[in-house]
Design a protein. Structure first.
Lengths: 373, 299
């Protein structure tokens, strides 16, 4: 299939102020998102956050109640699913059980009245691309979950759609298979140049696959960005908690305009940052920005903030160690220390240290905690 | 035996090897005891009479094939046999046409409406067959409800009672549940997301139905059709009350031979002919059904 395709033939998507309301439940609340041609965009969020609704809206399975939606430069509002020419891969494979693998993949071509010689050739190419050529005469029930999903992928790309939607396609598979298929999907995306929109609730999967990630929460998009942007520069507490581990601290904040001091259970930390907005801020720290040292062990580096606590969990990870430390105010700090550093035992009295520059100040958002399990 | 070893088969697939089955002791008698009451009943009320009737068809009044020679040598018997199959086929067709959309709606509505729909199907079971058929007489007769309404609307009345049409209507109504229930149970198992998938691949709604939903529902159609057809072949009360001499079915002839003429041998021969032709028909339909089940029963 590679010879008659060039990278960059994907469709752009423009989701503009789209809303979807069911009775008095708002599934999508004024969602706007631009996706570039050929981009791998992941919609990430917990269940019920609106990511699958967004996908269904683009696929044409769900009618929007407000806003506009353009695919490839023209509005598709009101156009039924079968006229949109968009490939969709479902979590539950949705292979037709009464057709062989070959007939499943040929189905969209037969609908498009592709001549049978051409049809055979393209089915063969699509099955080669997903490495399922030997299975054309099997029925879906004779395949494993991973094999079925590869066939479903072949069926969704065989008619060369400019846009491919995937709704948690690996959700029903075990971890090892999932990781292998992630790389396969990445390869296929590279080879096709089609725009991919991928829905998942698994942040690791999103980081592995995506060019950019849109984080959904309660029918809204919290932030759109590359994995690195979302990890290093989260705009909201929800994003910070959803992507990667983080330590979240709350306390009494005082700001003089350029720097901020926060008092947490009697200990004060300072940083040269301004308060976000008016409300009480939260202090966010990624695990690798934190370090541990024994308490009462002289004065370490100057200029570091210190919080005292007790080690409650010590996990050896091979590439390093991960510690959970209970601080004086009862909150838990997550610390990752690289290989070769001093090790600590559970119950040990320690100090957690960090540089003020590594801390993030974000507006507090109590829903961020509730949404996570 | 405490842990099941993991076997690496191909990259990305780890399969737990099944543990060897626990040591077999004596074969338990439990299952046999549980099926015994039903088996005894079947042998007593089905097996014994069946054998007896078959024997009599060869043995009465004398040993030999005389009853079969008589059956196939009497044109009226062959006409009635053929008519029995024709009426049963019509009834099956009417049942499929009425039951298919009904069963589909049952899968699509909420639990409360579904309960009402199921009750509507089952109510006929709670009314005795004679009462039900007599109410059809009231509806269908020349001065009955239907024709009164037709005349009231300025249309010419239709002759329904003592015609094959009347018999087919009455029988289809009685047999409809036997079509709806198997259809419903198959349709309930069809994943409607498959239809959505077909739509995303470019299928119009009607195309998605005919290429995906209909083939997947065919096992239910076949199951219901076989039950309805076989039950229809042996129908007695409805054709006797709603039909006329031109819609006599084989059971009526059997009854006539056995009860009126005391020709047990001839009655038996008719029964055997009906049974054997049913088996032949089933054998012809079997490969078709087996294939459909293999494909669609795999989800």
């Amino acid at each position: 299939m590679a010879e008659n395709k060039q990278v960059g033939r994907g469709a752009a998507i423009d989701i503009r102020s789209v809303s979807k309301v069911y009775g008095n439940f708002t599934a999508l609340d004024n969602v706007s998102l631009g996706i570039r041609p050929g981009e791998f965009m992941t919609l990430l969020g917990p269940s019920g956050s609106g990511k699958t609704t967004t996908l269904n809206v683009v696929a044409g399975f769900t009618e929007i109640t407000g806003g506009n939606l353009e695919v490839g430069g023209s509005s598709v509002v009101g156009i039924p699913a079968h006229k949109r020419n968009i490939g969709v891969v479902f979590q539950h494979y949705a292979l037709f059980p009464h057709m062989t693998v070959g007939r499943n993949v040929a189905y969209p071509l037969a609908l498009r009245k592709v001549p049978s010689a051409e049809r055979e050739k393209r089915v063969k190419q699509a099955l080669e691309m997903v490495k399922m050529s030997d299975f054309a005469h099997r029925y879906p029930s004779e395949l494993s979950g991973g094999q079925q999903q590869r066939v479903a992928l072949a069926r969704a790309i065989v008619f060369d759609p400019p846009l491919l939607l995937m709704d948690e396609p690996l959700g029903a598979l075990d971890k090892k298979l999932r990781e292998w298929l992630q790389l396969e999907i990445k390869r296929i995306h590279r080879e096709l140049g089609t725009t991919f929109v991928y829905v998942t609730h698994d942040q690791e999967e999103a980081l592995v696959l995506s060019d950019r990630i849109a984080v959904f929460n309660r029918g809204r998009i919290e932030q759109v960005g590359t994995g690195r942007e979302l990890y290093d520069e989260p705009q909201t507490l929800f994003v910070a908690r959803f992507i990667g581990d983080s330590t979240v601290l709350r306390g009494q904040a005082n700001s003089d305009g350029t720097s901020t001091a926060i008092s947490i259970a009697g200990e004060t930390v300072t940083m040269d940052k301004r308060l976000p907005g008016n409300g009480a801020p939260v202090l966010l720290l990624r695990p690798e920005k934190l370090a541990l040292r024994r308490r009462g062990n002289g004065q370490g580096e100057s200029g570091l903030n210190r919080l005292s606590g007790t080690v409650t969990e010590a996990i050896y990870l091979g590439s390093g160690s991960k510690y959970e430390v209970r601080l004086k105010d009862g909150s838990t700090a997550i610390v990752r220390s690289p290989l070769g550093e001093q090790s600590f035992d559970i119950g040990e009295a320690v100090e957690v240290t960090f540089a003020g520059a590594d801390a993030k100040l974000l507006a507090d958002d109590s829903t961020a905690d509730q949404t996570l399990t | 035996m405490t842990s099941s070893p993991l076997v690496e088969t191909d990259p990305g697939r780890v399969i737990a090897r099944p543990e060897p089955a626990a040591k077999r002791t004596r074969k338990p008698l439990g299952p046999w005891l549980l099926v015994m009451p039903a088996l005894v009943l079947l042998v007593a009320v089905l097996g014994y009479p069946l054998v007896s009737v078959t024997m009599r068809s060869f043995a009465e009044p004398d040993w030999g094939l005389q009853n079969y020679t008589w059956f196939f040598g009497t044109p009226v018997n062959l006409i009635v046999l053929q008519r029995t199959f024709a009426i049963s086929a019509w009834v099956t067709l009417v049942c499929v046409i009425c039951a298919y959309p009904y069963a589909f709606v049952m899968t699509a509505v909420g639990p409360k409406v579904r309960l009402v729909l199921v009750l509507c199907v089952l109510v006929p079971f709670w009314v005795s067959g004679v009462v039900r058929t007599l109410s059809w007489v009231i509806l269908l007769q020349d001065s009955g409800v239907i024709n009164t309404m037709l005349r009231g609307a300025g249309l010419s009345p239709v002759r329904l009672i003592r015609t094959q049409t009347g018999v087919v209507i009455g029988m289809a109504q009685v047999l409809l549940p036997f079509m709806i229930l198997p259809l419903y149970s198959v349709m309930r198992g069809i994943d409607l997301r498959l239809v959505q998938a077909a739509r995303s691949l470019g299928a119009r709604p009607s195309k998605a139905f005919f290429s995906v939903y209909l083939p997947l529902s065919l096992p239910g159609v076949y199951a219901g059709a076989v039950i309805v057809f076989i039950l229809a072949l042996g129908f007695y009360i409805t054709p006797a009350l709603l039909g006329g001499p031109r819609s006599t079915m084989l059971s009526t002839l059997v009854q006539n031979q056995v009860l009126s003429l005391l020709q047990w041998g001839r009655g038996g021969a008719m029964g055997v002919v009906l049974l054997v032709s049913t088996f032949i028909l089933l054998a012809l339909a079997a490969p078709l059904m087996r294939q459909r089940y293999k494909q669609a029963g795999s989800r």
